[in-house]
Design a protein around this ligand. Structure first.
Ligand SMILES: Cc1cc2nc3c(=O)[nH]c(=O)nc-3n(C[C@H](O)[C@H](O)[C@H](O)COP(=O)(O)OP(=O)(O)OC[C@H]3O[C@@H](n4cnc5c(N)ncnc54)[C@H](O)[C@@H]3O)c2cc1C
Length: 484
């Protein structure tokens, strides 16, 4: 079950909850008064304080955190259509989230915006008690509810195609492409919330197959695999869920090829999702962060048992441990998967090899490419060679901002803050999985707020001196400015 079937009362329940959210936010004085000072772009038009690129779970939560701080001169754009942001309604093929149902994050501490409040509004307290894990599409519908109820202004169908330092000081130029055509906007800060894929790209091993090897994040017509043979490469949750989806769609035989001798057994990321680690990790020195992070990355993550059991209940499921693919060739009736131990004719081959972090290769960042400091620049060459993926993660500052490889070479980099999986080496998983999201969005928003204030400190000092206060006007003791 990928979504909860709700009864006729559910819509009323959600409408009531939306009113409760409005009341809660009003009690928290949300939105607070805007306080940033206007800036003008080289085109003579007002510049944005913040441009948020991507409105998945992380982008919308980052925007909410900024709105909570009174930063409202922002735009939040996503190239995808509403509801197609991120994996949940697109290429994710699990029935339920891996995470436990009680996790919070997108709510930023507002009780009526939690997943539990959303679920109970439709299914009642008993429904919540009976719920095991969160159905995948419920999570998507919940995120959209939070967006609407909290008034997070997302523009869908708008892609950021390029970022560049703006002529003059203090701004980043962003090329946008949306329904009204291309436009350039200028922003004092940019938040890259473009997801796992937006941290680099899909990892596609060079295997051959004439372009017919599918990636687990591709759109796949599973119905067309009915009665056929399918090979899946990988040991991740996605690998297993793609195998399960093929079996459930009627594939006759699905073989999962796992390069390791067995599945990873321990979910170290889950271990690392306690407040001390999430809040304290960034305070560790480079050496300690590198040791923690490379261990977690190398350990891998076991697929959820629910996903494995989705496969094992089908007689057509096979698994081959210790057998990676050496190549894929085109055969007369389909593809032939080749390993050191054999050749396997199949109708479809799917690699579930995940996403690579390689931020400097993102087209949006082409103008900054060679200037970005990465972990590979910070660790000994033999360490970088031993952990090439970890070495490609950007080396971020305290406010999750990109840093320059050569100090002074590209100051505009500090205006670009990363809020996706790419933060993990520098700050822990604060913008990748649900457990760290609230901490990450708060840290990011506080850093942006601090920077926006500091950049205008002289202007604020002028305003403070000119500030008038008529507190005593109703009393006999008020003294007009000219007479003080
Ligand atoms: C299959 C799968 C299952 C997962 N399950 C769990 C789970 O159970 N528990 C958990 O804690 N985590 C899970 N995760 C990890 C994580 O929670 C998700 O990846 C989550 O979607 C991350 O949110 P995000 O906002 O960083 O990225 P996304 O949700 O991917 O959102 C990024 C958005 O950026 C947009 N974008 C990218 N580039 C541009 C651009 N140039 N211009 C405009 N828009 C752009 C994209 O269209 C996308 O909508 C899962 C991840 C995957 C892939």
């Amino acid at each position: 079950m990928t979504r909860t079937e709700t009864g006729p009362g559910a819509a009323d329940g959600l409408a009531r909850l939306a009113r409760e959210v409005r009341r809660d936010l009003a009690r928290l004085n949300h939105p607070p008064a805007a306080w940033t000072l206007p800036a003008t772009g080289p085109d003579g038009r007002p510049a944005l304080d913040v441009l948020v690129v991507g409105a998945g779970m992380c982008g919308q939560t980052a925007a909410f955190a900024l709105l909570r701080e009174g930063v409202s001169n922002l735009r939040v754009v996503d190239r995808a259509a509403r509801g197609a942001e991120g994996p949940w309604g697109t290429f994710a093929r699990m029935e339920t989230l891996r995470s436990p149902k009680h996790l919070t994050g997108p709510d930023l501490g507002v009780p009526s915006l939690t997943f539990r409040a959303w679920f109970e509004a439709q299914a009642g307290e008993a429904g919540w008690r009976d719920l095991g894990k969160i159905p995948r599409l419920d999570w998507l519908r919940y995120l959209l509810f939070v967006r609407d109820a909290a008034g997070i202004p997302v523009e869908n169908g708008v892609a950021v195609t390029a970022l560049a330092p703006a002529a003059g000081d203090g701004l980043v130029a962003a090329a946008l492409d949306g329904p009204s055509g291309p436009e350039t906007v200028f922003a004092r800060k940019v938040v890259l919330a473009c997801g796992r894929e937006g941290s680099g790209g899909r990892r596609r091993p060079e295997l051959g197959g004439g372009g017919r090897v599918l990636h687990a994040a591709d759109p796949i017509d599973f119905a067309a695999l009915r009665g056929g043979r399918v090979a899946v490469l990988g040991a991740s949750a996605s690998a297993v869920d793609n195998a399960a989806t093929a079996l459930e769609a009627g594939a006759a035989e699905v073989t999962l090829f796992v390069r390791r001798r067995h599945f990873p057994q321990v979910n170290t990321s889950k271990w690392a999702s306690f407040p001390g680690f999430l809040r304290g990790y960034a305070g560790l020195d480079d050496d300690a962060r590198w040791r923690f992070a490379t261990h977690i990355l190398a350990a891998g993550t076991p697929p959820p048992h629910e996903s494995v059991l989705r496969c094992t209940r089908h007689p057509g499921f096979r698994i081959r441990f210790g057998e990676g693919w050496t190549g894929v060739s085109e055969g007369p009736d389909g593809l032939v998967v080749e390993t050191a131990r054999g050749r396997y004719p199949v109708e479809a081959a799917i690699v579930a090899t995940g996403f690579d972090v390689d931020l400097v290769q993102r087209p949006e960042l082409a103008a900054f490419r060679d200037a970005i400091l990465t972990w590979g620049d910070r660790v000994a060459p033999h360490e970088a060679a031993a952990h090439p993926e970890a070495a490609r993660f950007p080396y971020l500052g305290d406010g999750l901002e990109l840093r320059e490889r050569v100090p002074g070479a590209m100051p505009a980099l500090s205006r670009i803050h990363v809020f996706n999986w790419g933060v993990t080496l520098s700050h822990g998983a604060l913008a990748g999985d649900i457990p760290g999201l609230g901490i990450g969005a708060t840290r990011l928003a506080q850093a942006l707020v601090r920077d926006l204030f500091l950049a205008d400190a002289d202007r604020y000092a002028e305003r403070m001196r000119a500030h008038e206060d008529d507190e005593l006007a109703p009393t006999p003791y008020f003294v007009p400015r000219a007479e003080r």
